[in-house]
Design a protein around this ligand. Structure first.
Ligand SMILES: *[C@@H]1O[C@H](CO)[C@@H](O)[C@H](O)[C@H]1NC(C)=O
Ligand SMILES: *[C@@H]1O[C@H](CO)[C@@H](O)[C@H](O)[C@H]1NC(C)=O
Length: 387
């Protein structure tokens, strides 16, 4: 636990002034940093959109089921915190690195709560695409109760409570960071049981278009610094490995990941990056950063020991919490249900519950995007290092 943090100014240690920042450690362990006005934080606020990878409690506020039960949250918060992990998520580490509080979930904001430093609109289970798109494609997707466009509607409804005039909003958002994603993982998950890569590839341009549309609308609302993350190497994901369940050795790479599913994500991420480039060219006043979640995560599966994880052709891919052979996952006995088991040391596991990662993994991904090299271009330099 850090009690006192010494940090240098944004121009690095060679500039003469060293700012000493006093931090108050709250019961939950997050740092709240008091910074002198002479050295304002790089971002005034963070606004986040996404799914369970970054939901800090929106879905849990509506459905008092998972992840509202143990062992969710057991490692860090010591109680279920509405996050689909044993501890903090990438977005928590990012907020901490920039000296901001953890983002309050939009659906459980209470009167008088401080919302000026950012709000989280991410909702576990959200798809990038609207339900009607799946209907048009005759795809029965149950997860699409909320989509990215719903989250954008929430943001538009919320906006007048934080700024009134266009001038006020513009100057506030000029110093705010907007994250659009990761989103699209649930759209992809809905197709995984079909085990049909062609079907997945058909979906890719639609997901990219939905993310692009939302990004455009946020720019219209006044956002000038945005992040669009790509998707993860799902071919290494415990849940995908268990569902695809291939007995053909040639379907796996030398590390144990499904070649075709990682190949699909590479294809999807390339399309997303192209769409981002188009947005940049059309909006020259705006900075859009791509977060390479694929690269930041795949390296962990390729050299698990180097990052403190257990290794072994199966062990590397086992979920810490759940039940099922050999990957510790089955859709019927989900983490948090009474028949599921939990590993004794989650910090040795990359995967938490099948679809989601452990806090240890999220921490490494956050370090990789905040401190480099998995962000293009980099964000403003963070005043704090991710411990
Ligand atoms: C896979 O999906 C494509 C596109 O939807 C379809 O044409 C093809 O028949 C499917 N293949 C199998 C084996 O179901
Ligand atoms: C994106 O926006 C365009 C223009 O408003 C619309 O026609 C299209 O359906 C949208 N695409 C998705 C996937 O939401």
């Amino acid at each position: 636990m850090r009690g006192l943090t010494v940090a240098t100014g944004p121009n690095g240690p060679r500039r003469s002034k060293i700012f000493i920042l006093f931090s108050i450690t709250f019961a939950c362990g997050f740092l709240s940093n008091v910074v002198s006005n002479a050295n304002p934080l790089p971002y005034e606020a963070i606004f986040n959109f996404g799914d369970s990878i970054s939901d800090t409690g929106n879905a849990a506020s509506q459905h008092p089921a998972m992840p509202s039960n143990s062992p969710y949250g057991s490692t860090y918060f010591k109680h279920p915190s509405g996050r689909m992990s044993n501890g903090r998520l990438i977005i928590d580490f990012i907020a901490e690195a920039y000296g901001l509080p953890v983002l309050p979930p939009y659906l459980s904001i209470t009167k008088g709560q401080d919302i000026k430093k950012g709000v989280n609109f991410a909702y576990a289970g959200s798809t990038a695409l609207d339900q009607n798109v799946f209907k048009q494609k005759s795809m029965n997707v149950e997860a699409a109760a909320y989509s990215l466009s719903t989250q954008l509607d929430w943001f538009k409804k919320f906006k007048p409570t934080i700024c009134k005039s266009k001038e006020e909003c513009d100057s506030y958002f000029k110093n705010s960071l907007f994250l659009v994603g990761e989103i699209g993982g649930n759209d992809i998950n809905a197709i995984i049981p079909h085990k049909n890569i062609t079907k997945l590839r058909e979906l890719a341009p639609l997901i990219v278009e939905a993310i692009s549309n939302t990004t455009i609308q946020l720019i219209e609302e006044g956002a000038v610094e945005l992040v669009v993350p790509g998707n993860f190497p799902i071919g290494c994901n415990s849940a995908v490995l268990a569902i695809v369940n291939s007995d053909k050795e040639c379907d796996y790479d030398q590390f144990g990941c499904l070649i075709a599913y990682n190949g699909f994500i590479e294809y999807y991420n390339e399309q997303l990056k192209n769409a981002i480039e188009t947005l940049r060219q059309k909006n020259l006043h705006v900075k859009i950063t791509y977060f390479d979640y694929y690269g930041a995560t795949r390296r962990l599966f390729q050299a698990p020991q180097q990052y403190g994880f257990s290794s072994g052709k199966i062990q590397t891919f086992k979920a810490c919490c759940g039940k099922g052979e050999p990957y510790g996952f089955s859709a019927q006995i989900y983490c948090g249900s009474s028949a599921a088991t939990v590993c004794s040391d989650p910090s040795k596991y990359i995967n938490w519950d099948g679809p989601h990662f452990t806090e240890a993994t999220y921490r490494l991904i956050a370090k990789g995007v905040v401190e480099g090299p998995f962000a293009n271009p980099s964000l403003k330099s963070p005043p704090f290092k991710i411990a």
